[in-house]
Ligand binder design. Sequence first.
Ligand SMILES: Nc1ncnc2c1ncn2[C@@H]1O[C@H](COP(=O)(O)OP(=O)(O)O)[C@@H](O)[C@H]1O
Ligand SMILES: [Mg+2]
Length: 177
Amino acid sequence: MLTLSRLEAGISSSERENVNLTQLIQEIVADGNFEAQGSGKSVRLEASEDFFIEKADQLALRSACENIIRNAIRHTRPGTAVDVLLRKDQSSLLPQVCLCVRDCGPGVPQEFLVPIFQPFFRVKSTPDPGGPSHTKGNGLGLAIAYEAVRLHKGSIVASNLSPSGLEIEMRIPTSPS
Ligand SMILES: Nc1ncnc2c1ncn2[C@@H]1O[C@H](COP(=O)(O)OP(=O)(O)O)[C@@H](O)[C@H]1O
Ligand SMILES: [Mg+2]
């Protein structure tokens, strides 16, 4: 709650620093993959290069990416992989990095693709995959991700994949390379 309130107020919890997002994601993916293996799942990373975010709040970025990747691991079907892609965003004029997280779970009903970023919002129809108690949610993860991305002047959207699965795309301005 405190993390979310701070982020909503635009207050950084840590010193603003130059953050290597690629390295940060590598760490989160390695931890996530280790945890996922317990339920026959995996997390794969494809990163094209090192991406640096200037004057970044490292803790906020970590928390955003962890929440998104943890959700994907939680919801992807047993035996499937979560794909994490980190690449240059070709669609914008300013240098931006795009982090894309895709799972093979049930996705989210179309009308909830925007509300899932609101605090305490949880889709009731989504079967709860259960799992260890520390992975049980409170409906704050994506709200924290949303605010963390906003703090870095980026954007975040969710969409459904075909035949099934959820994709979260997060875009953040980077230092020119
Ligand atoms: N990868 C995903 N696949 C399916 N549903 C998801 C996924 N990520 C998030 N959701 C839905 O969005 C809701 C909000 O996510 P979040 O804010 O992280 O809360 P929590 O994980 O604590 O429930 C979840 O309760 C779930 O219904
Ligand atoms: Mg969550």
